[in-house]
Design a protein around this ligand. Structure first.
Ligand code: ADP
Ligand code: MG
Length: 471
């Protein structure tokens, strides 16, 4: 009998559970990792840096041993961040909350409610728990305007900003809110990637008609991570038609991306023009007070008592990305349940020590990535990608160099958290930047932007980036 990769993964999970014990397994693995066997390595998807780092530091041996036992060979273990996991973790928490509410309520209205949400159940994020502060007030107001007057004032609405700053949350919140208000609303929420895949599939299967019918008749079209369409010509063309059809019918289009439309390299000019013809708003990095409010709310949702000092400690040290902010809170909570003591400041110090000494508290990988991406006119997703155009390669090298210089992450760590690159890639990248610094008297770094070719001395590039990172 041959075993499939899925069988293997299932067995590996079981052995890990056995080795680390049920309680640890439940906290660190059950809902927070996704194992997959790929070629010669075991991929461990984790919701965020903390959980990944923690698992690596504490359970590497057990994972390796489990892999050996099941596959009878040595396999590299590679960690990747899978944001979906964080979502599912949250959803489960909220689901169990919902269940306990359900048990105490009269079943009939709840039943109705469940039915109504069946279609949108895929979209977990709601506006009710979106914390509004100066960093996202504009985007939130725009969202509210669209909800009240779809297809009128802000069409399309384009939300952009760095990773983990709440764009998806806003988009899903709008969908849920509008679907709730109008049961028969024909709405579609897809990622740029799904749109592309569905389009390509429709092309292949000769089902373009039904693809078009589906997208062009929608009254609310929401495309998340629309930067995915960059460099995909045919899909862009199709999207332009979809877009025009919906717009002409006076229906609403909403998009999100990690860069301003003009900064998404390789987007056709006609699309850029359409994107900026409505309302373009940016979500910024939240200020300290907003970070605290988000943490308090998350703690409340999880029914956990977290002292203010701990909230403030986390908010002070994790600035640039709400997903990581939440990840840190989760880690402290996990720490507390492992040690069976209530959360306190000393515990937060201990739980986050790894992270905070490893990466400078002021400079964070995501700060570096977003500064570099903005500077070179690409997106953080490009930095992570395996694209090798001159601009993307240069940007990636610079990001790796800065990560090496300003955080205390190791070469393999940098590689792993920058789109799963090999540590040798990181070393080469750093060397390349060093070379450019040495030769800067007679050699500039050159890259392309939507506005044409640019060149600059490497030292000057680094200086400018370091300035923007340290702000
Ligand atoms: P993006 O799409 O910009 O990368 P997400 O919308 O996925 O970011 O947000 C990352 C995480 O942070 C999600 O769990 C989301 O619920 C949470 N989050 C972001 N902004 C807020 C906010 N203003 N209030 C509450 N939670 C937020
Ligand atoms: Mg998103």
């Amino acid at each position: 009998m041959t075993m499939t990769a899925d069988d293997h993964v299932e067995k590996i999970n079981a052995i890990i559970a056995h080795k680390v014990g049920p309680q640890r397994y439940k906290i660190w693995f059950k809902n927070s990792t996704k194992l997959a066997i790929e070629d010669n390595y075991l991929k461990v998807g984790v919701p965020n840096l903390f959980i990944g780092g923690w698992i690596e530091n504490h359970f590497s041996d057990q994972i390796q041993a489990a892999v050996r036992e099941v596959t009878h060979r040595e396999m590299k273990v590679i960690f990747t961040i899978d944001p979906e996991l964080f979502g599912s973790q949250r959803r489960r928490q909220l689901d169990s909350q919902a269940e306990s509410v359900a048990r105490n309520a009269n079943p009939s209205p709840l039943q109705r409610r469940t039915n109504r949400f069946t279609r949108s159940s895929r979209l977990r994020l709601k506006l009710d728990n979106f914390v509004v502060g100066p960093s996202n007030q504009l985007a939130y107001n725009a969202a509210k305007t669209v909800i009240n007057e779809p297809g009128k004032v802000f069409n399309p609405l384009f939300i952009h900003g760095g990773c983990g700053l709440g764009k998806t949350h806003l988009l899903q919140g709008i969908c849920n809110c509008m679907a709730e208000a109008r049961e028969d609303l024909n709405w579609t929420y897809v990622s740029g990637e799904d749109f592309t895949n569905q389009f390509v599939l429709a092309l292949k299967m000769g089902k373009l008609d039904s693809f078009r019918r589906r997208f062009r008749n929608t009254e609310l079209l929401v495309i998340d991570d629309v930067h995915f369409l960059a460099s995909k010509k045919a899909t862009q063309e199709e999207f332009l038609h979809t877009f025009n059809a919906i717009d002409t019918a006076g229906k609403q289009v909403i998009m999100a991306s990690d860069a301003h439309p003009k900064m998404i390299g390789q987007l056709s000019e006609s699309l850029v023009n359409r994107f900026i013809s409505g309302m373009v708003v940016k979500v910024e990095i939240p200020d300290f007070a907003t970070r605290c409010t988000i943490l308090r709310q998350r703690a409340l949702e999880m029914k956990k008592q977290i002292p203010d000092a701990v909230i403030e400690y986390i908010a002070e040290h994790l600035r640039a990305n709400i997903r990581e902010l939440e990840g840190a809170l989760l880690k402290v909570i996990a720490y507390s349940s492992l040690s069976r003591t209530p959360v306190n400041l000393a515990m937060a110090h201990e739980a986050l020590a790894d992270h905070i000494t490893r990466t400078d508290p002021i400079v964070h990988l995501s700060d570096i990535e977003s500064a570099v991406a903005t500077f070179f006119g690409i997106t953080p997703a490009d930095v992570h990608s395996s694209r090798k155009t001159r601009t993307v390669s240069l940007a990636r090298s610079v990001a790796m160099y800065l990560a090496r210089k300003h955080t205390s992450m190791s070469f393999p760590e940098i590689g792993r958290f920058m789109g799963n690159k090999n540590h040798a890639t990181v070393i080469l990248a750093c060397r390349k930047v060093d070379e450019l610094i040495k030769k800067s008297a007679d050699k500039n770094a050159i890259w392309e932007t939507p506005a044409g070719r640019r060149e600059m001395k490497m030292e000057a590039i680094l200086k400018e980036l370091e300035h923007s990172i340290s702000r």
